[in-house]
Design a protein around this ligand. Sequence first.
Ligand code: F3S
Length: 278
Amino acid sequence: MPLEIVRAKTGFCFGVKRAIDIISKAAAERGQVETLTPIVHNQQVMDRLAGLGVRVAASLDDVRGGAVAIGSHGVAPEVEAEMRRRFPDVIDTTCHSVHRAQLAARRFAEDGLYVVVYGEADHPEVRGILGYAGNQGVATLDVASLTDLPKRLGVLSQTTQIPERFNRFAAALIDAALTRGAEIRFIDTICHDIPDRQKAALEVARKVDLMLVVGSHTSANTNHLVDLCATVTRTLLVETAAQLDPADLEGVRRVGLTAGASTAPETIEEVVEQLNSL
Ligand code: F3S
């Protein structure tokens, strides 16, 4: 019996699409553009951009030309200021949703609140957001790790987190920190693309024997799709069609397919082709 493929929502989110458009145009106009971090967390996309003249610099000291770009995850204001001081041509591809979270953090800090970001502390987006809070804050996924918090808190989320988990985090934080005289403010900074993609992926995952998530191990939203789908069915992350192992599909009649927000449509189609050829 042929393998049935059930597809959920795939394709670039608007922030990734915009970043790729901006950087592609900049590279075409200038011949070469360097980026401080990968513009998006997807190697296949970055490989394609490399062919257009986009080079990833290891640090600001490693930038060789005059044109340097900020990736879709954004950077802290002091990093941007340093870039503008050192290079005549700074191209900003920060996603609008990420910038909204950055401004929310700044507003909290200006109001004297200590900022708590629900997110991965070492993710570039989160480091940038904390930079907007003047580094007067902390990032974590676990309320238990927060001790000796100030009484006045401003709470927001990394844009790509799972909404239900942020809600649980918020409830636990209220339990732990809402003591006498405390003030806790929340701003919902989760990107709209993410819940839609997660909901569609879960719906498909419930109907299939195996769920494939196409995307990068370094992409936060891709890893969240894997986590979510794994709660209802066997789930595998594949970066490219070459990583598909026929042994993983043994006994599988229906396979579900979703992809991270930075996975190129061509990569997804290659996976579909490979599945059809098995
Ligand atoms: Fe932006 Fe949301 Fe994509 S934050 S980069 S539109 S997943």
